[in-house]
Design a protein. Sequence first.
Length: 367
Amino acid sequence: MKNKGITLVALVITIIILLILAGITISSLTNTGIFKKAREAKEKTQQAEINQEKILDEYEKELNQYDEKTLVNKVNTGAIKIGDYISYTPDTSSIEDILQELKTYSGSEANTASTLTQEKLDWRVLDVENGQVRLISATPTKSQIALYGYNAYNNGVKLLDDVCNVLYNSKSVSKVQNLKIEDIQNKMKEKDYSKITSKYGSVFSPAGNYYPSILIKEKGQEVTDSDITTNGTKLDLSEQFEFQKQDSEIQADTWNLKYTIWEKEMNVDDFTESNYYKLFIRDNSENYPEYLLSSRCVYAYSDRAYFYIRRINTGKVSARNMYDSLGNSLEEVKYSFRPVITLNSDVQLDTEKSGDGSNADNAYVIK
């Protein structure tokens, strides 16, 4: 019993000591303001989170307002429509280098500073491609480039694109080129071109075997020539990455040529939207003057083959013969062109200066 009493007394004393120590600790914490500081820290953290949310909301609002002002947003939402007029001014350009290119690679000596100039063109919305608005000149250029013979077929695509790039580029633009057959085909309802021209896609082995040197690099054309070795990726009909330097006529050993031309008198119903007919073919009750597309095509049958550059001619998608497989060069070609510019995705409208885009005098203005 004595031992049990001592144990109970010791337990009571221990509890009393712990309570005293706890009281001292609580008193110490209270006196040093730790609890208060903890509450203040919590309140500051909560307020910081609220402030952060406000800042993020403000940033999001500003970004949305910025996005709403971009031209691409206006076109995507339908506020600005296909065919609407946009005021665009290219940088001043020097044409000395492009004139030298034309002299070297066009097959013609007729390209001069008087025939090739930067014009004050009106511009219209063509489409949105890869998140960027593309504009097309409202009409073909008055300036013309001259092309002749096998080098017209060889280098017409790159020369037309280069001319447009030199004359109509600026800091607001990521790309400038000439209008291509694919630009038109992409806006058409019919995608099976053999329904337009029955021979389209057919393969022939013409008796004559003279050819422009770039033909051996084209997709779908089977040309063997023991004097020429080809490497690298085959070209689409509207592609050319480097100039062809051909100084004399060349002949294929064997070939199978694909018929890659279709021709048609176009009407409004051929297009997914009537505005594309107005942009490419005819506006204000008049066909556009004849102009070249930067695209090649081949007209082939058993007797011979013709090598063309695509064109729009009096309301018709057609092509212009440059050279044939019998070694004949047609008369020198001198035609207008249609620049297409791809604007940077961040280009904004100047809403204070813009009109309603219905005509050139009331064009939308970009900053």
